[in-house]
Design a protein around this ligand. Structure first.
Ligand code: LLP
Length: 416
C-alpha cells in the first residue's frame, strides 16, 4: 500500500492533499506518512517473526523525536551513533535495553552517558575503543556489554561513500584481531563481549551481499565456538535498499527468506538496524517553484528547496523522483527537459537533472524518497533556515518541527 498517491490529479499523503499542506505550512516542507513508517516496520517484524529479532531503527536516517516515538511505541529499539542521538533516545524514553551504539569515535563523555543510561550494548570498532570502554566502565563500577564490529570484507554494490564492509573502510575490526580479543577477553575485566556486529553498506537492493557477509561471519562464529567463546547476539546492521527510481529491491520477506536459514543455524539473538527501509519512502520534500528559467541550452526549474534541505543529489548524485503536485489533463508543452535546482551559489546545487516536469511558476513539486537522510543531513548553508517537518497521523497533521527563523540562525553567535 502506498500512502503518497495521486487522486484526481492531485498528490495526497494519506487523506491530505499535499498542496493544501504546502499552502498551510509553507515550503520547503517535509511531509511524512506515519502509516508508511509503521507499515515498513511491521513488514520487517513480520518477515522475521519466527525468530523475534530486536529491530533497532537507525536514528541517523531521520531523527525527529516524533518519528522516533512513533517507532519506539511499537516496540522498536534504536541504533545510535552519537551522544546527540542518545539524548534523542532518552527524550522519547526508549528503554536502554533496546539501544545499540555504534561509531568509530565514541568520546569518553558519550561512553559514560550511554553506560549510565544502561544501553544494551556498544558496537565496538577498534581495540583502543575497547580499552577505553573497559576503563570507563571500571571507574563507574559497571559491566559494559559490547559486540565487536567485524569487517566481513564484502562488496555491497552501492555508492562508494556508503560502502562500509570492505577491509579498506574505516569501520570495524578484522577477524584475526577480533578472534584475539575474544580469546583474551578476561583482560577486559569490566566488559562482557557478547556479540558480533556487521554492517556492509547502505541502499543494497539484492540479498546476495548480505548472504555472503553472513556466511563469512557464520564460519567465523563457528570457529570461535570451537575455541570456547560464548556469544549471545548477532547484529547484521542495516542497508536494505528501497525504490528511488526503477530499482526492484528485495522485499522484507524476500530478504528474510534468503538469510533466515543461515541465521537459524547460527542461533544467536538477531539484531537488525534498518534506517532507509523504514524512513526513505515515508517522506517527501515539498517545494515551490520560484522561477522557470529558459536558456538557449537548458531549462531550469528554480525551487525554494535546495541542497541544504536535501543533500543526497549533490553529495552522491542520488536520483530522487520529482513530480508536480498537480497533474494536468492537457499537457503543457515545456519542450526541453529541465534541471530542478535550488538557489544556492553552487552548480552542484540541484535536486534533479534532465526531468520532464509539467509545472508553472508558483506551483509546487514533491521530491520523493526524502524521508531518510533528508532532513537529518540538512544544514543552514547560505544562511537558509531549515525546513519544517510535518507528520500525517490518525487523519490529522502534526507539525513535528517548526520552520527555523532568522533568529534561530544566529542565536548561538556572538558579535564582538
Ligand atoms: N547501521 C550502521 C552501523 C550504519 O552505519 C547505518 C548507516 C545503518 C545501520 C542504517 O543503514 P540503512 O538501513 O539506512 O541503509 N547518507 C547516506 C547513507 C549513509 C548510511 C550510513 N550508515 C545516504 O543518504 O544514502
Amino acid at each position: 500500500m502506498h500512502y503518497f498517491n495521486f487522486k484526481k490529479n492531485n498528490l495526497y499523503c494519506e487523506e491530505f492533499k499535499v498542496e493544501d499542506l504546502a499552502k498551510q505550512y509553507g515550503t520547503p516542507l517535509y511531509v511524512y506518512s506515519s502509516k508508511t513508517i509503521l507499515e515498513h516496520f511491521w513488514k520487517l517484524e513480520k518477515a522475521f517473526e519466527e525468530i523475534n529479532p530486536l529491530i533497532c531503527y537507525s536514528v541517523k536516517a531521520n531523527s525527529n523525536l516524533s518519528f522516533l516515538k512513533l517507532l519506539t511505541s511499537q516496540g522498536s529499539g534504536l541504533d545510535i551513533v552519537s551522544g546527540g542521538e542518545l539524548y534523542r533516545a532518552k527524550k522519547v524514553k526508549c528503554p536502554g535495553n533496546r539501544i545499540v551504539y555504534a561509531s568509530v569515535g565514541k568520546t569518553d563523555k558519550e561512553i559514560e552517558e550511554a553506560l549510565k543510561y544502561g544501553i544494551l550494548m556498544f558496537n565496538v570498532e577498534s581495540v583502543p575503543e575497547l580499552k577505553r570502554i573497559n576503563n570507563i566502565a571500571k571507574r563507574l563500577n559497571k559491566k559494559a556489554a559490547v559486540a565487536l564490529r567485524v569487517n566481513p570484507d564484502v562488496t555491497p554494490k552501492t555508492h562508494k561513500y556508503i560502502t562500509t564492509g570492505k577491509k579498506e573502510n574505516k569501520f570495524g575490526i578484522d577477524k584475526d584481531t577480533a578472534k584475539d580479543i575474544f580469546l583474551k577477553s578476561k583482560k577486559y575485566s569490566n566488559l562482557r563481549i557478547i556479540g558480533i556486529h556487521i554492517h556492509i553498506g547502505s541502499q543494497i537492493t539484492e540479498g546476495e551481499p548480505f548472504v555472503k557477509a553472513i556466511q563469512k561471519i557464520k564460519t567465523f562464529i563457528e570457529s570461535l565456538k570451537k575455541l570456547g567463546v560464548k556469544l549471545e547476539y548477532l547484529n547484521i546492521g542495516g542497508g536494505l535498499g528501497i525504490v528511488y527510481d526503477n530499482e526492484i529491491p528485495q522485499t522484507a520477506k524476500e530478504f528474510a527468506d534468503k538469510i533466515l536459514p543461515l541465521i537459524k543455524k547460527i542461533s544467536l539473538k538477531l539484531i537488525l538496524e534498518p534506517g532507509r527501509f523504514i524512513a526513505g519512502n515515508a517522506g517527501i520534500l515539498v517545494s515551490k517553484v520560484i522561477y522557470m528559467k529558459d536558456t538557449p541550452q537548458k531549462k531550469f526549474i528554480i525551487v525554494d528547496a535546495a541542497m541544504n534541505d536535501l543533500a543526497r543529489p549533490s553529495l552522491y548524485s542520488a536520483y530522487h523522483k520529482i513530480a508536480a503536485l498537480r497533474k494536468y489533463k492537457n499537457k503543457i508543452k515545456n519542450g526541453k527537459k529541465s534541471d530542478v535546482v535550488g538557489s544556492i551559489c553552487e552548480s552542484g546545487d540541484f535536486l534533479g537533472k534532465d526531468r520532464e516536469l509539467e509545472v508553472k511558476e508558483g506551483e509546487y513539486v514533491a521530491v520523493f524518497g526524502a524521508g531518510a537522510y533528508g532532513f537529518s543531513m540538512s544544514s543552514n548553508y547560505n544562511s537558509r533556515p531549515r525546513a519544517a517537518e510535518l507528520l500525517v497521523k490518525d487523519k490529522k497533521t502534526f507539525l513535528i518541527r517548526k520552520r527555523e527563523t532568522y533568529k534561530d540562525l544566529v542565536k548561538e553567535e556572538i558579535i564582538i
